[in-house]
Design a protein around this ligand. Structure first.
Ligand SMILES: [Zn+2]
Ligand SMILES: [Zn+2]
Length: 646
């Protein structure tokens, strides 16, 4: 189930090879099998070859040590000590990705100086089996194997790690290898870092602890570590649980934590009051405020989250709270109630699910709703964020070709993935966060209306939490079991007593236009869209200014530029012989009425061409959700229930 897609592909490949192998003699068959083995290695399919140690092998005693001795080198040193080794080989594997970010990053590219020793410190030989697997020959190890390596880490993000003079901020999958066949085995982790550095993580509430216990590898790497002397730590209680707040800022004198802490108290209170009491003793927020990161980030974990804000505490606390609202809700949705493909994880390759729209979109929606419930947003701010989500989807041409399920499935192509080739993502994809949040809004209102206010989408999330997370454990990975795509629709039916098949067919699996108008009407609301008063007629292309003119980087399918034969990468040099080297394109286009035929000079592959574009109406970029003028009492009731009292 976890690797459904990959297995299907692999099966068909095997089927073809099988025919070839059967028609050959024994020696030739062995040659073919060996070359198949090498082919599989080359294709990165080694995970499906016979493992060095079969699953279900007797557990190892695993002790991990992490050393940060020279932080300015950005190198972390890792030692993995395995005792009770009985196999002939041990495979040490570093993940290719980190759960929560659906992108293949190949963390192994930053590993150096791998070595292995046996019980008497004798060197053990090893080979690299594939890009991320080190196979150690342990026949002469004497039952004890010590693997050492260093890993370079200099990215402050929710997926990578950073070791520098200010801290070691570590996300486990980018640092810690696992022993193949032994992910379920318990692990002891010891940290060796400069004396004055505190160790902050979901493992312990004390910053003095240096030794930790994880029940298995998955928990080890789902517990990020912040090791630093600069980080502050505050705490408060909510429903008998301790909430820890670590904060590391690079701003000078940027120490006023109270707006963030006060906001977090309200937020945590609102979410915990509405959701089942989670099975954790403490929960840790780790905030970084860094002016020099290229992108902010937020990443959910079992009992903690990492939130990185580009900026300082003074200006970034509101943004930090908005991220916290989302990440804290993940503690229920995705870290516990989870798609079947997301835990236990296959760390060496993509783990496909069609449900990220639910895992991420529903979380985005409830992040918004709890900011409203906690009093951190007004109703106007809440509706304005939803209206922006509507605009974000409506301006995506990809909404007509990619469904929410397909966007979830193909996350591996675009969830902060590096792109080495030109893509048409601008016109052919949508975000499962964005469409998922809108689907959640529509489902919530639909459920409220269909049940006359007795139920909401939150009842569905909670019912699923009880049914799947509180079920008997299906594997070593945490409690409960994962859900399948079909289970979401069944839960809707079970909670509301009505059928959502058509909704799912059209809007979740299909690409029908979302029914904002009729659904918001159920709550006495409507969407308004308009162009800004001074907006220029539209060209139907997105451009970036360059020295000589404006470079087109996206063309709207069916829009004015597309109809005129303009193309991505074209450089617009002039409009009506007026150079775009000194004048902005939209300023220039304001001189024309809608429908005007405007000649332009375009440079393509270094050659000049003349093109005439018929300008379209200005883009409607201002979206709002507002109250209808005279709602019925029933519409008023849904609205009041949804948004709370004025
Ligand atoms: Zn830090
Ligand atoms: Zn999320």
């Amino acid at each position: 189930m976890v690797f459904g897609f990959v297995m299907m592909g692999d099966k068909s490949r095997k089927g073809i090879h099988k025919i070839a192998v059967l028609s050959l003699g024994m020696a030739a068959r062995q040659r073919v099998l060996r070359s198949l083995f090498l082919l599989c290695v080359a294709l990165g399919l080694a995970g499906q070859l016979p493992a060095a140690q079969a699953p279900g092998a007797p557990p190892l005693e695993l002790e991990y040590t992490l050393r940060v001795s020279r932080p300015t080198t950005h190198l972390a040193e890792v030692e993995i000590l395995a005792r009770k080794v009985e196999a002939a080989n041990l495979d040490f594997v570093l993940p290719a990705w980190a759960p929560g970010r659906y992108a293949i990053y190949d963390f192994a590219k930053n590993v150096q100086e791998f070595s292995a020793q046996g019980a008497n410190r004798q060197s053990l030989s090893w080979i690299k089996l594939d890009k991320q697997t080190w196979r150690v020959d342990v026949r002469e190890a004497g039952g004890t194997v010590r693997a050492n390596y260093r890993v370079f880490a200099n990215d402050l993000s929710g997926s990578f790690s950073q070791v520098d003079s200010t801290h070691a901020n570590l996300n486990g999958p980018s640092i810690f290898m696992y022993v193949e066949g032994h992910k379920p085995d318990p692990i002891t982790l010891t940290i060796q870092a400069p004396d004055q550095w505190k160790v902050i993580s979901g493992f312990s509430m004390s910053t003095m602890d240096r030794s930790f216990h994880a029940p298995d590898y998955d928990v080890l790497v789902d517990t990020p570590l912040e090791i630093s002397s600069e980080c502050t730590l505050d705490q408060f209680e909510e429903q008998g649980k301790t909430i820890l707040v670590a904060l590391h800022t690079y701003g000078e004198g940027d120490n006023d934590r109270s707006p963030l802490l006060e906001g977090l108290k309200k937020l945590v209170h609102a979410e915990m009051a509405a959701m089942p009491l989670p099975d954790l003793q403490h929960y840790l927020f780790v905030f970084h405020f860094a002016p020099d990161v290229s992108l902010g980030d937020g990443m959910e974990h079992l009992n903690s989250t990492q939130i990185i804000i580009r900026g300082n505490v003074r200006e970034g606390s509101q943004e930090a709270l908005e991220s916290a609202a989302h990440e804290f809700f993940h503690l229920w949705n995705v870290k516990r109630l989870r798609p079947a493909a997301l835990g236990p994880f296959g760390y060496t390759q993509e783990n496909y699910t069609r449900s990220l729209w639910f895992a991420e979109g529903v979380t985005t929606y409830y992040g918004y709703l709890f900011l409203l419930r906690a009093g951190l947003w007004t109703r106007e701010q809440f509706l304005s964020h939803l209206a922006n989500e509507v605009y974000d989807l409506e301006r995506e041409p990809g909404r007509e070709v990619m469904s929410a399920e397909s966007s979830s499935f193909h996350a591996w192509f675009f969830d902060r993935s590096p792109q080495m080739q030109e893509t048409n993502f601008a016109n052919a994809t949508i975000s499962y966060y964005n469409k998922g949040a809108l689907l959640a809004m529509l489902l919530d209102l639909e459920i409220r209306a269909r049940t006359h206010g007795r139920k909401s989408l939150l009842d569905v999330v909670q019912a699923m939490y009880h049914k799947f997370y509180e079920a008997p454990a299906a594997s070593y990975y945490g409690a409960g079991r994962g859900y399948d795509e079909e289970d979401i629709m069944q839960a809707m039916r079970a909670v509301t007593g009505s059928d959502f098949t058509s909704f799912f067919d059209r809007y979740v699996r299909g690409t029908d236009a979302l029914p904002y108008e009729e659904t918001l009407k159920l709550a006495g609301l409507e969407v308004r869209a308009s162009a800004p008063p001074d907006a220029a007629p539209s060209l139907g292309a997105a451009v970036q200014p360059e020295n000589q003119g404006a470079r087109i980087f996206a063309v709207l399918p069916g829009g004015p530029a597309d109809r005129a034969g303009l193309s991505r990468d074209d450089l617009l040099l002039d409009v009506d012989d007026q150079s775009l080297a000194t004048e902005d394109l939209s300023t220039r286009l304001r001189a024309y009425p809608v429908g005007a035929n405007v000649p332009m000079t375009v440079q393509r592959h270094g050659r000049r061409e003349r093109v005439t574009v018929t300008l379209g109406p200005p883009i409607r970029s201002q979206y709002s959700i507002v109250r209808m003028s005279s709602p019925t009492p029933e519409q008023e009731a849904v609205q009041k229930d949804w948004l709370g009292m004025p």
